[in-house]
Design a protein around this ligand. Structure first.
Ligand code: C6P
Length: 412
């Protein structure tokens, strides 16, 4: 009943919550189909950040005056809200960072450099975003470790048999995406974690493309690290989260040094603050944390089951409509997918497609999507991608289909 009610509301006025969507581009109504790159922001998020700057802004953890105390409380509340959102055990396990990329770099520097030695191994998959490849390559180069890669099945699913065979006594970490930003594939994280833990290997999960679309429970997944960016889940840019199990975080050395991450500083030695401050040197993104809090409130007011139902229905509709276009080829046919469709059309270059669609107000992404190893493994120079958000509608799919027929006509 609740899902149905919200399903109806979604069709009627969710779109209106996002002021940016109400505009024309090149004289045509904007059709935003690039939410996987960055989602648009609801009024509730924009207003929460504006209210903070108009009424409550000061630096946190420093002042003994009212504004600073207020800002500190708001920042703390944002951390507690994130803890609740992903069901972490403690707010001490929630480290605020700039985004997914910074979270993985933090883990690679702090956990990686303190735990890995020459000859150790890190397992990643072909479908990783560069953010979950390059920091591990840099770590591997600095300590003399090796990267092992899980291949994919033709459907775009992970080859789980191959995954299980990659472990050796030297495996020290699995770094894997929860959902692919190109294929949309949702990986079986619980299974992946259970297999790794049977070998006493911790797992870092890149949740950048999962948090806007799926309910995430880090205790249920039993992952050791979980990372994501606020800007893909209707929150602001400039803030993201590194979740880590408390025992792991406690044992990790700090990454950046500076204000707020210390207990005591002297020239004879410095001691560090307890979690989470140990990993948060300097003035944090305060307004952005408040924006993230508002984004979680927004998502949870609608409810993840309703969001998932809406996106599943939209994906089914899009698959039917797009599949009818002659020369349209889906890239990635996994059974479990988030709202992402990568494709090619005839032999049209995706960049040409994107440029022509933009003339009709339709925003899609084209290229390697920061997943070069994956796109190269498909034997393609680039692919086109559309991705949905909470505000996406059937009318957007209809406009895309019309736009793609127009692209074919222009380039015929
Ligand atoms: N993917 C996309 O269009 P940042 O930039 O740190 O917020 O997120 C990086 C990142 C990490 N992992 C995955 C799975 C991602 O999809 C992304 C960002 C965008 O697909 C920009 S390349």
């Amino acid at each position: 009943m609740c899902v149905l009610q919200w399903g109806i509301r979604m069709r009627l006025d969710i779109h209106k919550d996002f002021p940016i969507l109400d505009q024309n581009i090149h004289g045509r109504p904007l059709v935003y189909l690039d939410s996987a790159a960055s989602s648009q922001k609801p009024k509730a998020v924009i207003e929460a950040m504006t209210h903070y700057y108009e009424h409550d802004h000061a630096n946190i953890h420093r002042g003994i005056y009212t504004l600073s105390e207020r800002a500190t409380v708001l920042h703390d509340q944002a951390r507690d809200r994130v803890k609740q959102f992903i069901n972490a055990k403690s707010s001490a396990e929630i480290i605020f960072v700039r985004g997914t990329t910074e979270a993985i770099n933090l883990a690679a520097h702090s956990y990686g450099r303190s735990q890995l030695r020459a000859g150790d191994e890190i397992i990643v998959s072909v479908m990783e975003h560069h953010a979950n490849i390059v920091p591990w390559q840099m770590l591997a180069a600095s300590v003399g470790a090796h990267i092992k890669v899980i291949p994919l099945l033709p459907t775009g699913d992970l080859d789980m048999e191959n995954y299980a065979s990659l472990f050796s006594p030297r495996t020290r970490l699995v770094a894997i995406t929860h959902a692919s930003n190109v294929l949309g594939t949702v990986n079986p994280i619980k299974k992946i974690t259970a297999i790794a833990h049977a070998h006493h290997v911790p797992v870092l999960v890149d949740g950048a493309q999962a948090v806007p679309h799926l309910s995430v429970d880090v205790q249920d997944l039993d992952c050791d690290f979980y990372v994501f960016s606020a800007h893909k889940m209707y929150g602001p840019t400039g803030i993201g989260v590194l979740y880590g199990k408390q025992a792991l975080l406690e044992n990790m050395p700090p990454w950046q040094g500076g204000g707020d991450m210390i207990a005591q500083v002297s020239f004879s030695g410095t001691t560090y603050a307890p979690l989470p401050a140990k990993f948060e040197a300097g003035t944090p993104a305060i307004a952005e944390a408040i924006g993230l809090h508002a984004a979680i409130d927004y998502i949870e007011t609608i409810g993840m089951p309703a969001i998932m139902a809406h996106e599943a229905a939209l994906m089914a509709y899009a698959k039917t409509r797009l599949g009818d276009i002659p020369g349209f080829r889906f890239i990635g046919m996994a059974k479990e997918k988030v709202g992402v469709i990568a494709f090619t059309l005839d032999d049209i270059h995706p960049h040409d497609m994107g440029t022509i669609l933009d003339r009709s107000g339709i925003a899609i992404r084209a290229g390697h999507h920061c997943a070069m190893p994956l796109v190269m493994s498909l034997g393609l120079p680039a692919v086109a991608r559309v991705s949905f958000g909470i505000y996406s509608r059937r009318a957007d799919v209809d406009a895309l289909v019309k736009g793609l027929y127009a692209v074919k006509k222009v380039l015929a």
